[in-house]
Design a protein around this ligand. Sequence first.
Ligand SMILES: [Mn+2]
Length: 327
Amino acid sequence: MGIGIGELKSMLERYRKSNVSIASHSIGDADFIGSAIALAEYIPNSKIIVQDKISANVERILKQNGILLKTDSSLGNPDLIILLDVNNFQNCGTLQTELSKTKKSILIIDHHHPKAEERENVITFDQEEYSSTCNIVYSVLKELGFKLTQKSAEMLLIGMVSDSAELINSTPKTFMHVSEILDYTKTDYADIVEEISYNLNSKEREEIISDICSSSKENISGILILYGESKLPAHISADFAVKAGADIALFYSYYKEEISISARMRHSTEKKRKIHLGEIMGKCAHAINGTGGGHSCAAGAYGPKKEGYKDFVKEFKEMVSATAAVL
Ligand SMILES: [Mn+2]
């Protein structure tokens, strides 16, 4: 069942004193963590669920802000499950099975289409007029008259700015909320942008440039794909490759005993081709015996089977080429 902001407000009010588990897609990003921290402040008996890991960049941001985030890896036995920044169970990594089976009430708060799980126990707030989940959570907490701490408001701001690619993919609400929080926290916008950027030193930037130069480049029906190894975390090379001109970038790096693969895509490519990287990464993840998922333009996968990367790329390219063929 779909609801509007008024119903979302009364639902949160109703569950304020309840036990709530707040979860999200696999490899939580700044939008999930920002909105989860703010919501957890409103609902004291809540816990934030991270089923696998949060992105390296968000870990760094938390550390820089001195936020020690307490998380749990399983849903437990809550009165309500809130899913933030995701509108289906497939993208929820290892939580997928549990979410599909549970009879507990699930509230989805998201800003992505196409939507969404249609089940008896699922209530959905999913509106694209918000450019991030942080914008939705900010709106509803404002409606509730809840005063956030400075730190939580800043985390919401970071989520809003990073999810909108520094306000490029924005709506009128994005600008209104960002300006209100900047005013409330007395933060400089430039500091926030710097905080979410990677802060790379010259050696690291040299590595990125060399990884992008030595990556494979293929043009599939007008879509320029770059793929290869990244010595830094893969999402950094993928981000830079898109900034350098790739339509889609797919990079891998080794992380402990795993291979971690990141995909990024230009927003104009998403609009023209209707490609959803999160779905594709989820489908290809079996090649590395792992899991994958994420957003339409930013997604990841990881798994233990390092030698599966070639098969992963092959399938990935086939799926991209299949979407192009439909046009
Ligand atoms: Mn988001």
